[in-house]
Design a protein around this ligand. Structure first.
Ligand code: LLP
Length: 435
């Protein structure tokens, strides 16, 4: 398993943030999500220091769907990053952390009236419009309450990046945004720019997630700038901004050649500068929206080993006390991970096992064919790089409680999200009264 951030082998036991995972397991129980705060901060700074230009302003918006808690909002605020949201629930969570709401940008392909009103009520930074019907609705609400809002229009720019089918977002058949290849898009842009209450900042695109092919991003930049130029000339309007989305691929296993953020951010900036100068487009601001690449490698999940089993067919299982309820990604996307026996780091990796969860589902397998040290009951297994889309996609299947999330830094641990209780599991569940 590759070590990230502050991970360290101290006499055979894994430490993160200077704290032994044994201690974390004793204090907070397992399963447990552990966030290496230093690594999150380093990742934030890596973006901030390298995604900047002398020609235009830049904005880094953390995609909160990757992992959202009050703690992460506080960290982002400390470094002056922005945040996106795609639902009322995300907006509410962000607001509850006292995050500066003018640095929040609202996404979503089917925002409800309630959500649009909440954006206005909270005075957020901008709404990224998905389609013309949404424009009509937001425009009407703004007229009614006589409020203005900055908006962008999400475009589908038709870049087919290589990633899992479910997380591609720019295929022609994608549900997100308005295609730049159709006739309707120009009319939609004209309507927005004619609106008295909505101020069109520019265009947004997001070509997909966990993308390694950097050419896809560079191509996307060119398509966006050319489209912006064509549109502003056709409609004779000024369009000052583009938002290029997120999707920068990270390391999960040796199969992944992750994007080096420092060098690729510099390359992107140079490319944007070059294309915009060549096309004679005066961009005032360029935004990106990384989620996974800020939080994935900074998060791990710690489990306790329960039983082991060798099946009649010869497959060896190691069972853990969590599973697809805290990490649905292997079941949903065939996502792969690396793991170690975190209290036996110096033992030889003699076993090839399938790490399986405790959910009542044959597909509840976290890692297949994993090389591990020999395990015993109550050993600790740490699965690395679960920081993104782990907690945020967790669920209560089989009424498992969601694990706690703990931030570690400088040999101190801070509980960031409490473990759910049985009471939490039934708090909205009302008995029938008509019996
Ligand atoms: N911006 C927009 C508009 C997005 O839709 C997304 C992710 C991002 C930014 C951030 O992308 P990132 O940098 O995290 O790749 N649940 C899937 C990932 C879904 C991503 C959805 N959109 C997974 O677990 O792999």
């Amino acid at each position: 398993m590759r070590y990230f951030g502050t991970m360290n082998n101290n006499n055979g036991t894994l430490e993160i943030g200077g704290i032994s995972v044994k201690k974390l397991a004793q204090k907070y129980k397992t399963p447990l999500y552990i966030i290496d705060q230093q690594l999150v901060e380093d990742n934030i700074l890596n973006y901030k220091n390298n995604f900047k230009s002398n020609l235009f302003e830049t904005e880094i918006v953390y995609a909160s769907k990757a992992f959202l808690s009050k703690g992460i909002c506080q960290l982002l605020s400390k470094y002056d990053l922005s945040i996106d949201a795609v639902s009322a629930g995300e907006l509410y969570t962000i607001k509850s952390s006292d995050f500066p709401m003018h640095k929040v940008h609202m996404h979503g392909n089917n925002k409800t009236i309630e959500e649009l009103k909440m954006c206005l009520d909270y005075n957020i930074g901008s709404v990224i419009l998905d389609n013309v019907e949404e424009f009509n609705l937001l425009n009407k609400i703004c007229e009614e309450i006589n409020k203005n809002m900055d908006v962008m229009l999400r475009l589908n720019i038709g870049i087919d990046a290589h990633t899992h089918e479910y997380i591609k977002t720019s295929k022609h058949s994608s549900k997100f945004g308005e295609s730049i290849f159709g006739d309707k898009v120009i009319d939609t842009i004209k309507k927005i720019s004619d609106s008295k209450h909505l101020n069109l900042l520019g265009f947004h695109c997001h070509i997909g997630s966990q993308i390694f092919d950097t050419k896809a991003f560079l191509e996307g930049i060119e398509v966006m700038i050319k489209f912006l130029k064509k549109t502003s000339e056709t409609l004779n309007i000024k369009i000052p901004e583009i938002n290029l989305g997120g999707g920068f691929g990270v390391y999960y296993t040796e199969e992944d050649v992750e994007i080096d953020i420092k060098s690729f951010m510099q390359e992107m900036i140079k490319h944007i500068e070059k294309i915009s100068q060549k096309e004679n487009v005066n961009l005032e601001k360029v935004t990106i929206e990384p989620g996974r690449s800020i939080i994935a490698n900074a998060g791990s999940t710690l489990y306790s080993v329960g039983y082991t089993k060798e099946t009649f067919s010869g497959l060896k299982y190691v069972f853990i006390d969590g599973g697809m309820s805290d990490n649905i990604r292997p079941a949903l996307y065939q996502a792969k991970y690396e793991a170690v026996v975190a209290n036996k780091l110096n033992d030889p990796l003699t076993e090839t096992v399938t790490i399986a969860g405790k959910c009542c589902e044959s597909g509840d397998l976290i890692i297949k064919d994993c090389h591990l040290a020999k395990t015993d009951f109550n050993d600790l297994i740490l699965v690395a790089s679960t920081g993104a889309y782990g907690y945020s996609m967790s669920n209560n299947y089989n009424k498992l409680v969601r694990p706690a999330v703990v931030f570690v830094k400088d040999s101190k641990a801070q509980l960031s999200i409490k473990r759910e209780t049985f009471e939490d599991l039934i708090k909205n569940d009302l008995p029938l009264e008509n019996l």
